[in-house]
Design a binder for this molecule. Structure first.
Ligand code: C5J
Length: 221
């Protein structure tokens, strides 16, 4: 057990690095890279691209420290059998399963569904393929975390107000303590980024804590 404390808001969080995992949510080409699905929908992907380098530094330090690392991807089977019908009708002009700039949108096996190369998972790092916004819904994430004795999650990924928020809320309800790294998470909408972080740490950490990559690196190095 290695007890330490990460500088965070609304107050510093004590954690044991042996029961802490780094969870990197949906850092997929279609959301993050220019000329992907996100940009095709009219979004500016630059706030998401800015999260890659700090996340890469935290990932590298976590690997060196021997911390458990887990990645998620949002997407569906090629036949879309696992896609809730309501989700198929959302998205504006291009829908899940249709052809996008990097293959069929949010379909497993397509280029756009891949995690960006800078953060590519390595052996021993589970990848959770999830059909929903939350990483716990219809996945084995909780089982994997329980089997590893994980109690605390250091959370990175995109987008803050959608899959990161949903996952942190799900995790919080299951008893995990979540600390979200502000520069390792991004939104297409600056106002959602700002208020999304505030919502997590409001009312004495109602869903979790907010910290940043510098603080995480001090714990990991
Ligand atoms: C979205 C996600 N934004 N990973 N997915 O649809 O946040």
């Amino acid at each position: 057990m290695v007890y330490t404390r990460i500088t965070a808001e609304p107050f510093d969080l004590e954690l044991d690095t042996d029961s802490t995992a780094l969870l990197i949510i949906d850092m997929q080409r279609d959301f993050v890279e220019p000329a992907g699905f996100g940009e095709m929908l009219g979004n500016d992907t630059s706030p998401l691209q800015e999260t890659i380098e700090p996340t890469r530094r935290v990932l590298e330090a976590a690997r060196k420290a021997g911390m458990f690392v887990i990645h998620t991807r949002e997407g569906h089977r090629p036949d879309l059998a696992d896609c809730p019908p309501a989700k198929l009708t959302r998205g504006g002009t291009t829908f899940i399963g249709e052809d996008g700039p990097m293959g069929r949108v949010l379909v497993r096996g397509e280029k756009g569904h891949d995690i960006v190369p800078e953060l590519a998972p390595i052996e021993g790092e589970p990848i959770i393929d999830k059909p929903g916004k939350g990483s716990f819904y219809a996945t084995d994430l909780d089982l994997i975390l329980q089997n590893k004795g994980i109690k605390t999650l250091i959370v990175c990924g995109v987008t803050l107000e959608v899959c990161v928020h949903t996952t942190v809320r799900e995790a919080n309800d299951r008893g995990y303590e979540c600390v979200v790294l502000s520069d390792c998470t991004g939104s297409y909408f600056p106002e959602f980024q700002e208020v999304g972080l505030k919502m997590i740490k409001a009312q004495g950490a109602i869903f979790g804590w907010v910290s940043d990559s510098a603080a995480a690196l001090r714990v990991l190095n």
